[in-house]
Design a protein around this ligand. Sequence first.
Ligand code: FAD
Length: 297
Amino acid sequence: MKRVLVVGAGIQGLVTAAREHLAKNQVFIVEKRKRIGGRGTSQESFGHQLEHGPHLLLKGGELHKMVKKVSKVKPSLRPIRPNKVLIVGHGELYPINDPKEILNLKMGKDPIREEALRLISGWGQDIPERKQALLKGKLCVVGEGWSGLIGRLASTLEEVGVPIQTGMKITGTYDGGVITSKGMKIEADEVKMCDGSPIGEPVKVSTLDVVLDNRPLKGLHGLIKGDVAILDLAAIHPKKAPGMSHFSCIALSGGVSKIEDLLDERVSGWRSHIITRRENNSITLTDSRGLLSDGMI
Ligand SMILES: Cc1cc2nc3c(=O)[nH]c(=O)nc-3n(C[C@H](O)[C@H](O)[C@H](O)COP(=O)(O)OP(=O)(O)OC[C@H]3O[C@@H](n4cnc5c(N)ncnc54)[C@H](O)[C@@H]3O)c2cc1C
């Protein structure tokens, strides 16, 4: 049995800890923030869970498999339907009622739809597995939110006795352990760095999550214009804001104001229906590897 210390309690850290526990090692997690979850954290506001932008879980991917393995009840998933996503000025993302348009798309003769597929499946990254998953109804909104997955992993780790120490920052390592910002040494046989540091250049995006008290998109799953996407999580998953809209939006460039411009253009009056909102002008989506976490963890 090895003593394994995991640095960081984001998705990667929690999954790594679960794996190390299953491998019969003695595991300990340290997290610098007071809250666990990293970029998978959501914030409760007026009874709604606001995330850091849209997250779609790859059904059957590594994260989904791990969550299913540790949970008694399966997470509730609903797929985003590409035929219910509208590209402004171009039509549906996947026009099921128009065989000619579908053929164009399949033959690579529709760059606008191709870009839009890339936007929704990988938030602009070219991830063929996720593109296929989107078309097959396997990219899903999680009813309990991305943070619900974090909660399941964390409570399982707690049940099996893996401690998570929050509010403790690791500032260095030495041969035989790590050093905290307060100069304390923690011994470990192996240290797993899961601190979310990008490898190479970080890819930054902007996000806006906003709950409205009405349903101006009338059941559409999403809207796309250029490199901005608005998803209505409430239209996709019945557990999210029933009777209202939960817009989870992302812009690959131009900041939050570009998202607001699209909302102003397509969802007139949205500002007077806001129940709550959360935004990030610049958050790291991924890095030079161009991957998202749920398929590769
Ligand atoms: C808008 C957006 C949409 C996304 N959509 C998807 C999606 O649809 N599907 C998908 O799979 N992924 C998606 N992602 C990516 C996914 O959110 C991240 O890959 C994942 O959350 C990263 O997890 P992590 O544990 O590697 O890093 P982080 O979440 O960054 O966690 C790292 C943790 O380590 C802690 N830490 C850092 N330094 C130290 C230290 N020195 N000492 C102690 N603790 C430390 C941090 O506080 C943090 O809690 C999306 C990301 C964004 C921003």
